[in-house]
Every structure is written in C-alpha cells, then in structure tokens.
Design a protein around this ligand. Sequence first.
Ligand code: ZN
Ligand code: ZN
Length: 144
Amino acid sequence: MENEKEFLRSHNIKPSIQRIMVLRFLRMNPLHPTAEEVYQGLINEIPTLSRTTIYNTLNFFAEKGLVKVLNLGHNETRYDLNTDEHVHFKCIKCGRIYDLYLSCNLPQKGDVVDGHIITEREVLLKGICRICKGKKGGDDEVQV
Ligand SMILES: [Zn+2]
Ligand SMILES: [Zn+2]
C-alpha cells in the first residue's frame, strides 16, 4: 500500500500531520468509523486535536474524493475509504458496517429512471452479522 503522504498528494491534498493521522486511522479501521470514533482514536496521539479539525479533515477528504460519506439515518454519518462500488450491510445487534460486493441490478450513477437522474447510489442491507450470529447470548459483550 502506498504511504499516506503519496496517497494524499495523489488526491491533491497537502499532507499535514493531522491528515496523515486521519488517513492512517481510516486505513486501520475499515468498518466505516464516525467522526467521533476517529476523534476518540486519535486524541491520545495528538492531544491538541479538536473535533472540528476531524470534521473538517473528513469533509475535505470527501470533497477530494478520497472518502465516501455515508448517511445511515439517525444522524449517523460514517466515512468510507473504500470508494469502489459496493453495498453496505449493517448489523442490527452490534452496529458494525460491512462492505459487500454484490452485483445488483439497481440503476447506476448517471442513469435516468422515470425522468429522474441518479447522482448517488447507496444500498444498505440490515441484519445479523456473522460474528453476532455465532454468539450464544451475551450481546452486550460484543467488542467493536
Ligand atoms: Zn454484529
Ligand atoms: Zn463501505
């Protein structure tokens, strides 16, 4: 995997320490963290970090096409480093979000359906994930 600096530069982003740290965190936590999770994950390493910096960095990444913003309802905004076409599966027990590669016949970006132009496609499946499915009770002990 190319290093963080190169990766940021290839997206026309000037690599600052915060940006490198946020990118590294996203790479190490591929289960679509929220901004708050990114903040909690980095605050020990960068004590001067603010939530605003995290939000701004993530939104800047999104603007540059480096991450996808997922709006999964209930004001739950998550960030996805995987910009390949894929659908999401959300576990209703533990809340983990998984990437699934399915070929579905839904319209693509740019298609016109009934006169409406599709500009985004976000498919969310819900259910019980393989980890929770294998557990016998004790839902509360799920580690995220
Ligand atoms: Zn689960
Ligand atoms: Zn994803």
